[in-house]
Design a protein. Structure first.
Length: 166
């Protein structure tokens, strides 16, 4: 069973809806999710917020917030995850932010830097990564890591429900 099918199975079982905000991957994560028939049962929407302006317009981030934390940071990924969850009205928001190269742009962070965040009513889980390769390989790695992070989150939630503390 593919990772996307496992995500669908768990999200459906847990009766959770998901919204996704992508920057670096440009829709790759959403594309992989919707390849699975029946994904409309849990996947509400995806937002590609590549530019600073799109992050402000679509995800509620402010110019000040982006100036303070940068568009590629743990804080940016968290704000994107919260923004898509709020925008979509979903149980979970998944977001990624990173630098795929080959040029670094305005960020002092190295090429291959990536942040993935999941937002829920219970809080935010954010992880940082350092990937290698060319632009396409880094984008693929960020998409893979985002889906793996989501699957791990759903698996832990399912185990918690299946085996509540005594």
């Amino acid at each position: 069973m593919s990772i996307e099918e496992q995500i669908q199975e768990l999200a459906t079982k847990l009766n959770l809806t998901i919204g996704i905000a992508e920057a670096t991957t440009g829709g790759q994560i959403c594309g992989r999710i919707v390849r699975v028939p029946g994904s409309s049962g849990y996947f509400e929407r995806g937002i590609i917020a590549y530019s600073k302006q799109s992050k402000m317009d679509l995800l509620g981030m402010t110019e000040e917030y982006l100036s303070e934390h940068g568009a590629v940071s743990a804080k940016a990924a968290e704000a994107m995850a919260e923004g898509v969850r709020r925008n979509a009205g979903t149980d979970l928001g998944l977001a990624e932010s990173g630098i795929a190269g080959p040029i670094r742009g305005r960020s002092p962070k190295p090429i291959g830097t990536g942040f993935i965040s999941i937002s829920s009513a219970e809080g935010i889980d954010t992880r940082s990564f350092q990937f290698s390769g060319d632009r396409a390989e880094i984008q693929d790695s960020i998409a893979d890591a985002a889906l793996e992070t989501l699957l791990e989150y759903l698996t832990k939630l399912d185990q918690k429900i299946e085996s509540p503390p005594a």
